[in-house]
Design a binder for this molecule. Structure first.
Ligand code: IMP
Ligand code: MG
Length: 179
């Protein structure tokens, strides 16, 4: 797998330092609020598992799996797995691996707001602001790293379901997705 990587963008050590930093901020934010931490499957699992252990106040875990309809760039989203908790009146923190076009997070926020949570915030590990499409108005409340417009893999992120288990964030060699 390492041979397919053009360069390492964020090392394992940098990731862990950033996760601890985010954890400290979120610990202060959610003291006494018993939030529901919603992970967006599947890319977020690695970040989720690390970050949840750095949030040192009681919280509940939940997950949603959404995807765009295959073979389209229309941005229509499909809920593949719903939340298992009722979030009405609860503090909800959405965790995402990467904020790219923003279609997923916009859809998620619109969907979850209908269920009247007490608060709804977004924490994304990576943000590629250059990729945002018109119509996306949501903003991340907490961001790990802002990165350039390049396709990255590792730390949960995949290309065709590969590379999720790389411990760092790397830029994939162009030949890997052009062939
Ligand atoms: P959105 O475009 O903001 O809706 O992001 C949709 C999803 O695309 C993300 O949750 C990731 O799973 C995936 N994605 C976007 N950019 C990348 C990338 O650079 N590498 C791997 N997956 C990505
Ligand atoms: Mg994702």
């Amino acid at each position: 797998m390492h041979n397919d990587i053009e360069r390492v963008l964020i090392t394992e050590e940098e990731i862990q330092a950033k996760v601890r930093e985010l954890g400290e901020v979120l610990t202060r934010e959610y003291e006494g609020k018993n939030p529901i931490v919603v992970g967006v499957l599947k890319g977020v699992v690695v970040f989720y598992a690390d970050l949840i252990r750095q949030i040192k106040v009681p919280c509940q875990m939940d997950f949603m799996w959404i995807s765009s309809y295959a073979g389209t760039e229309s941005g229509k989203m499909l809920v593949r797995q719903k939340l298992s908790n009722n979030i009405e009146g609860r503090h909800v923190l959405i965790l995402e691996d990467i904020f790219d076009t923003g279609r997923s997070l916009q859809f998620l926020v619109d969907t979850l707001k209908e269920q009247n949570p007490a608060s709804l915030k977004i924490c994304t590990f990576l943000d590629k602001p250059e990729r945002r499409v018109p119509g996306v108005t949501v903003k991340a409340d907490y961001t790990g790293y802002v990165i350039p417009n390049e396709f990255v893999v590792g730390y949960g992120l995949d290309f065709n379901e590969k590379y999720r288990n790389l411990p760092y964030i790397g830029v994939l060699k162009e030949e890997m997705y052009s062939k």
